[in-house]
Write a protein that binds this ligand. Structure first.
Ligand code: ZN
Length: 419
C-alpha cells in the first residue's frame, strides 16, 4: 500500500483531467476496475460536469528571469483549475493570486477554484515574504476544455444482490493521508476480496470528491435499492486514533458492524454522529438518496495541522498505520459476511445438549467453558430478533466464537436462519 502511495504521490490530480486518469490506470494494474468517462456538460442532479482541466507547467519568474515558484517542484504550487495565463505584473497585483499560510509559514497550502474562473499559485509564507518588489512573469499552461470526468468502479458479485459500497475520493494532488491512504487501502481490499466466495456484493468506487459521487448516483439511480450501506475510506495512514462517523441512518447494519469491530479489536477509537459535512457521505446521505454510508477514518476531516498542506506527505503516513486500517476494513467485511440472525428450533426449555453430542464437540479444555456459555447464549437469544453481534455483545464473548457456535448448532438442527 505504501509503495503504491509513493508512486501516486507526485501525480497532479484534480476533479477531472489526465492526473485522475493516470491514477486510475495505475490502479488497474492491481485490480480490474473499469474506468468511466462522463462528458463535460452532462447534467447530474443539480450539477453539471465541468470542463476538463489539464496542466503542463506553471511558474513565476522574477525580473532576473529566475523561477521563484515552479509547479514542477510540487503539484500543490498551482491553484487547482487555474485558467491559463501568461503575463507580467507587479508584485502588488500578483499578491491577489498568491495563497500561503502565515500560521504555518513553511507549508504550501492546497487550494482549488473548480467552479469560479480564477488563477493562482500556492506557496509557503516564507517564499511569499522573500519576494521583492518588482515585476514578475507568470505562466500557467493549463487548458479548460470540453472533455470528461473520470471515475472507476468495480462490482464484486456475491451470492446476494444486496450490496455494500466502499467509496473514496481520487481528486487530490500530492496529498498522502487525504487521500492516497484511502485509495491504496481500498484497491488492496478489493484485491483480497476478489478471491473470496462472498455472501454480499461489494461495489468499489474511486470518484472525484462531490461531483464524482454525484455523477455516479445520478447515473445509477436504479441500483440504489439493493445498497444496504457503505463506508467512505479516507484518512487511513496517519497515527491518529480511529473515528467512525455514523451514517445518516445511525442504526443501520454498517453502523452496527463498524462500531462492533472497533470495540472488539480494542483499537483506540471514537464514534461521532452523522453531520452533512465532510466527505462524500454528504452525497450518499443526502435526503433523496438516503444510503446508510458512514465514514471510517483515523484522524477526522480537517482536524490535523497537516490537513490540505504540503505536510500531508509521504512522511505523514506510515505502512503500519495503513496495515492496521486494512485489517479493520477486512474485519468489517468478515463480520458483515458472517453475521446472521437465527431462530432456536427447540425453544421450549433448553434442548438436551448431551443427547446431541454437543458436549463432545466443544473442543479443547481451555475454551470449554466459553464454548458452553456461547451455546447457551446463542440458543437463548436466537428468537429471530438478535443477530450474532447482539449475542457477542450481550455475552461478552468473541464474535468469532459466536459465529462458530451458530454454525455448530445449525448443523445439529437446533437453529435455522431467520427469514
Ligand atoms: Zn481533502
Amino acid at each position: 500500500m505504501y509503495a503504491l502511495a509513493e508512486r501516486l504521490y507526485p501525480i497532479c490530480r484534480s476533479i477531472t483531467g489526465e492526473g485522475v486518469r493516470e491514477t486510475l490506470r495505475i490502479l488497474q494494474e492491481y485490480a480490474p476496475i473499469s474506468i468511466h468517462e462522463v462528458p463535460t456538460g452532462t447534467q447530474v442532479f443539480d450539477w453539471e460536469v465541468p470542463k476538463e482541466w489539464n496542466i503542463s507547467q506553471a511558474w513565476i519568474k522574477n525580473s532576473a528571469g529566475e523561477k521563484v515558484v515552479d509547479f514542477m517542484d510540487h503539484s500543490l504550487h498551482v491553484l487547482s483549475y487555474s485558467i491559463p495565463i501568461h503575463k507580467i505584473l507587479p508584485l502588488s497585483q500578483l499578491r491577489d493570486h498568491l495563497y500561503s499560510l502565515p500560521d504555518q509559514p513553511d507549508l504550501i497550502p492546497y487550494r482549488t477554484s473548480y467552479y469560479q474562473s480564477n488563477w493562482g499559485f500556492c506557496l509557503s509564507h516564507r517564499q511569499l515574504e522573500a519576494l521583492e518588489d518588482g515585476d514578475y512573469e507568470v505562466c500557467i499552461s493549463s487548458s479548460l476544455e470540453a472533455g470528461s470526468l473520470t471515475y472507476a468502479e468495480y462490482l464484486l458479485p456475491g451470492r446476494s444482490k444486496d450490496e455494500f459500497i466502499f467509496s473514496t475520493h481520487v481528486c487530490h494532488p500530492s496529498l498522502a493521508n487525504d487521500n492516497l491512504s484511502g485509495v491504496v487501502m481500498l484497491i488492496h481490499l478489493l484485491r483480497k476480496l476478489q478471491h473470496q466466495d462472498l455472501r454480499y456484493s461489494y461495489r468499489f468506487l474511486f470518484v472525484p470528491g462531490t461531483i464524482g459521487s454525484i455523477c455516479w448516483l445520478a447515473q445509477n439511480a436504479d441500483k440504489l435499492a439493493t445498497i444496504k450501506g457503505g463506508l467512505i475510506a479516507s484518512l487511513l495512514g496517519d497515527g491518529g486514533k480511529f473515528h467512525y462517523k455514523l451514517s445518516r441512518h445511525e442504526d443501520s447494519i454498517i453502523d452496527k458492524v463498524a462500531q462492533f469491530v472497533l470495540t472488539e479489536m480494542e483499537v483506540d477509537h471514537e464514534v461521532i454522529p452523522f453531520s452533512p459535512y465532510g466527505y462524500d457521505e454528504r452525497q450518499y446521505g443526502s435526503p433523496g438518496i438516503n444510503l446508510a454510508v458512514g465514514s471510517l477514518t483515523r484522524s477526522t476531516f480537517g482536524s490535523f495541522p497537516q490537513y490540505h498542506t504540503s505536510a500531508d506527505n509521504l512522511d505523514f503516513i506510515q505502512p503500519r498505520h495503513l496495515a492496521q486500517s486494512y485489517q479493520l476494513y477486512s474485519a468489517v467485511v468478515d463480520l458483515l459476511e458472517l453475521n446472521r440472525t437465527y431462530v432456536n428450533l427447540s425453544p421450549m426449555g433448553e434442548p438436551q445438549l448431551g443427547r446431541r453430542g454437543l458436549y463432545d464437540a466443544i473442543g479443547g479444555a481451555s475454551d470449554q467453558k466459553a464454548m458452553q456459555m456461547a451455546i447457551l447464549w446463542v440458543l437463548n437469544m436466537s428468537d429471530g430478533t438478535h443477530d450474532a453481534i447482539d449475542v457477542a455483545h450481550k455475552s461478552n464473548l468473541p464474535s468469532s466464537l459466536i459465529v462458530k457456535v451458530c454454525a455448530l448448532l445449525l448443523d445439529k438442527g437446533l437453529l435455522r436462519e431467520s427469514d
